[in-house]
Design a binder for this molecule. Structure first.
Ligand SMILES: [Zn+2]
Length: 144
């Protein structure tokens, strides 16, 4: 059986499975620390754990990762939401003010179409950022 979700040993947060390749490409520390286990991603902003194994024995924290992690700093305007095309909350908010537009979605979609995205290797969560970007735009639009 293949479990899709794990529970962060620090917060109990449900985390999605991430590919071993994602963990390896995101780590700043020696990859000798990577174990042959399934890793999961903790998206809890109040938790320092980024990747964990279900048994809680193997953890990587925010300081072990090469990128600042959007989910861990949702209020930081300079931490990218979209890692492939480098869109930040600051930039997206500015765009929303200037043209009310979601040009950013069009840009990401065009990039995906052109095969230029690499979410598995560049986004700490290991998959596409579009859901996060859409959610962010919706929230920014409603909160003014
Ligand atoms: Zn956690």
């Amino acid at each position: 059986m293949n479990t899709q979700l794990g529970h962060c040993p620090q917060t109990g947060t449900q985390g999605k499975m991430v590919d071993g390749a994602t963990v390896k490409s995101m780590l700043a520390v020696s990859l000798r620390a990577v174990q042959d286990v399934q890793y999961f991603f903790c998206c809890d902003a109040d938790c320092s754990v980024v990747y964990f194994s279900e048994d809680g024995q193997h953890l990587f924290h925010v300081n072990d990762v090469r990128e600042r992690v959007y989910q861990k700093e949702p209020d930081n305007p300079d931490v990218p939401i979209c890692y492939c095309f480098r869109h930040t909350p600051k930039e997206i908010k500015r765009e929303l003010e200037v043209n009310g537009g979601a040009d950013v979605i069009a840009d990401i979609e065009a990039g995906i179409q052109a095969g230029q995205c690499a979410c598995d290797w560049r986004n700490p969560q290991g998959d596409c950022c579009l859901g996060n970007v859409r959610r962010f735009i919706k929230q920014a639009a409603t909160s003014g």
